[in-house]
Design a protein around this ligand. Structure first.
Ligand code: CS2
Ligand code: MG
Length: 401
């Protein structure tokens, strides 16, 4: 089989997505997700101007060799643009292989290790009461794990709490500027989880995202104060470019830690995993260079009892969602999968086999990834540049969003 062509599609059904389609001489095609929220066009150029010319004529079954060709062969390594482009190629090649062998991708990854993939949604509210109501709504829908984020008294807005019905951080126009107070957040959050636990009891897994906003000692303080509410995890407590900062957090709390949705290679994790400074890997198949590289990251993690907890926000397309479900169904050290539903128009552009039932998801048994891309419909949703917000402290200091 030979790769005869490849095209990149940028569309905006509810939000911007970058989709790669690889065509072969046997009529089988594969699709991959290359979406990088707020920097989509950089990945488009990386694919169109540099990767696609080198893909033509190759055997799409040589997934491992092609992965290294685009990782080592570029000379310049790592980074979210590069690794999102490599991921798009990799996902499309696994899709082709599954279709050609007439089997779902999970079968190429070792087969089913479980019947379903436990997922968690985003519950939020402007107040503790509204947040509890939203958590309860998801529990009533059958979720067994729920993330909870709340408005903070004294702050006009905060991460993870939408003003409208859906939560979409990337906005058209110039970046929105938000205001932040760590002090107000730290004083408030333990109260939130005390009341959420009182309301829903001990059996539901609760998760929370700090979104990179604490120093290590602040993270240690929050983790310790949340211990009575036994969270499933505390996510992105501190910017983790400095992996060793987690040594300090670990000293102060037993609250499980998840990190890395902004990471893009295993090298971002080597200290964190080998010193067991974290419990879950947030790096997604889209950010981390595809299924081929995430197999190696998950294998390293399994030696140190670290589990997967892939990022699954709505700015990762249904293609990444499908790839994550195939991967999570097969990998032994699975933890949990984030599942932020996509807008209805996105589900129309990306018809898929995966489905939700009683807190778990299943990728379906269609050959390949079990997701498709409706080019004609996608063309009716043209791309419009959108930026993620920026964040400033109350004194105006530029801070982590
Ligand atoms: C968040 C994301 O889902 C999460 O855990 O951190 O919503 C993140 O803010 C967006 O994916 C950024 O594009
Ligand atoms: Mg997050």
């Amino acid at each position: 089989m030979k790769i005869t062509d490849a095209k990149v599609f940028v569309c905006s059904p509810g939000r911007n997505f970058v989709t790669l389609k690889i065509y072969t001489d046997e009529g089988i095609y594969g699709i991959g997700d290359g979406t990088l929220n707020g920097r989509e066009k950089s990945v488009v150029s990386y694919l169109e101007d540099y990767c696609i010319p080198c893909l033509l004529g190759r055997d799409p079954f040589q997934i491992e060799d092609i992965w290294h060709y685009f990782y080592k062969g570029a000379y310049w390594r790592r980074g979210p643009v590069t690794m999102s482009a490599v991921a798009a190629i990799d996902m499309a090649l696994w899709d082709i292989k599954g279709k050609a062998l007439k089997t779902p991708v999970y079968n190429l990854l070792g087969g089913k290790s479980r019947q379903g993939v436990m997922v968690y949604p985003h519950a939020y509210g402007e107040t503790i009461e509204a947040t509890i109501e939203n958590v309860q709504k998801y529990v009533d829908e059958g979720y067994v794990a729920v993330r909870a984020q709340s408005g903070i008294p004294g702050l006009k807005s905060t991460y993870g709490v939408a003003k409208g019905k859906t939560y979409e951080p990337a906005q058209r126009g110039m970046p929105t500027e938000y205001e932040w107070s760590t002090e107000k957040y730290l004083n408030f959050t333990p109260k939130l989880f005390q009341k959420v636990r009182d309301a829903i009891g001990d059996d539901i897994h609760l998760l929370h995202d700090c979104h990179h906003r604490l120093t290590p000692i602040e993270a240690g303080r929050l983790g310790k104060e949340l211990e009575p509410y036994h969270l499933f995890w505390l996510e992105d407590t501190t910017p983790a470019e400095l992996q060793e900062s987690f040594r300090l957090i670990r000293k102060h709390t037993t609250t499980p830690l998840a990190v890395g949705e902004v990471f893009n290679t295993v090298y971002d994790y080597t200290t964190l995993i080998t010193e067991q400074l974290i419990d879950y890997i947030r790096m997604s198949i889209l950010r981390g260079g595809g299924i081929t590289s995430m197999q190696k990251v998950a294998a390293l993690a399994s030696i140190y009892q670290v589990r997967t907890g892939f990022h699954g926000a709505s700015d990762l397309s249904p293609i990444t969602m499908a790839a994550a479900l195939h991967f999570n169904l097969a990998v032994n050290n699975f933890g949990i999968q984030e599942y932020m539903k996509h807008p209805a128009e996105a589900n129309d552009v990306f018809p898929h086999a995966y489905a939700f039932e009683k807190g778990y998801m299943y990728p379906g048994d269609e050959p390949g990834l079990g997701v498709d891309f409706n080019e004609e419909l996608a063309a009716t949703y043209p791309y419009q540049r959108a930026y993620l917000p920026v964040n400033r402290k109350e004194d105006g200091t530029l801070f982590d969003w």
